[in-house]
Design a protein around this ligand. Structure first.
Ligand SMILES: C[S@@+](CC[C@H](N)C(=O)[O-])C[C@H]1O[C@@H](n2cnc3c(N)ncnc32)[C@H](O)[C@@H]1O
Length: 221
């Protein structure tokens, strides 16, 4: 099955070898399946909290494994992503896409809190939230994560930010984004954000004025 623009942008970012890739909040597991097919890691872990989805995915993967050489292992875990444990010193990539930015940040915070400090430099994350990207970026900054790459993706008339971060990167992650503003449709995305955060001023002027000020400083060439 062809990946969506969003999942395909994430797939394209993965071009160094990993020991383990986690497709978190994987739903039907399309992204993880694409990674499995091209052997992007020694092991792909699929995680979602809905048992019926995970049962179906497991059956699909068993059928798929019967047809393929076992170059790449997989595991299907039906659990809250907040409870995953990264216990080995393997090079691991954690992907979380398609959930709200606030939930996504809580999941990243919990995964890091559960991970021994000495293993953190082996971790990197690719996140792609639905909304609340500014708050997510602030939270990732506060965790000490630096930017590897970021990209704006358009899909079904909506914009998504794909953000790759790690503890090893010295490049600061900014709350309003940097590289994303090079996209050809960046001006449209900026207009949408400015309109949204202007409406949000009624809710909490103190916080949202600062968000708005930050986006108003963006210059698109
Ligand atoms: C819209 S799908 C995203 C699918 C895919 N990652 C994508 O970006 O297209 C969101 C999935 O997140 C799962 N989910 C939400 N909260 C979760 C949590 N705390 N732990 C595990 N899965 C969760 C839901 O069950 C759902 O399948």
């Amino acid at each position: 099955m062809k990946l969506s623009n969003r999942l395909s942008a994430i797939d394209n970012l993965i071009n160094t070898p990993y020991d383990v890739i986690w497709d978190c909040c994987c739903d039907h597991g399309q992204l993880g399946m694409a990674l499995l097919k091209r052997g992007a890691a020694k092991q792909i872990n699929f995680v979602d909290i809905v048992p019926a989805l995970m049962d179906e995915l497991k059956n699909t993967l068993i059928r798929f494994s019967d047809q393929q050489a076992a170059a790449c292992q997989w595991r299907v875990l039906c659990q809250d992503v907040a409870t995953i444990e990264l216990s080995s010193a393997a090079k691991q990539l954690i992907i979380i896409a398609g959930v709200g930015g606030e939930l996504l940040l809580r999941l990243v915070q919990q995964i890091i809190a559960n991970c021994p400090v000495k293993l953190r430099e082996q971790l990197s994350f690719i996140v792609c939230p639905v909304h609340h990207t500014y708050a997510l970026r602030q939270g990732l900054q506060a965790l000490g994560l630096g930017l590897i790459k970021e990209q704006l993706v358009q899909e079904n008339n909506r914009f998504y930010e794909v953000i790759q971060v790690s503890f090893n990167s010295q490049q600061p992650l900014t709350a309003a984004g940097a590289e994303i503003w090079q996209h050809t449709q960046a001006q449209r995305y900026l207009h949408q954000l400015l309109a949204h955060y202007t409406r949000m001023l009624n809710k909490d002027r103190g916080y949202f004025q600062q968000v708005l000020d930050d986006y108003q400083k963006i210059v698109i060439n």
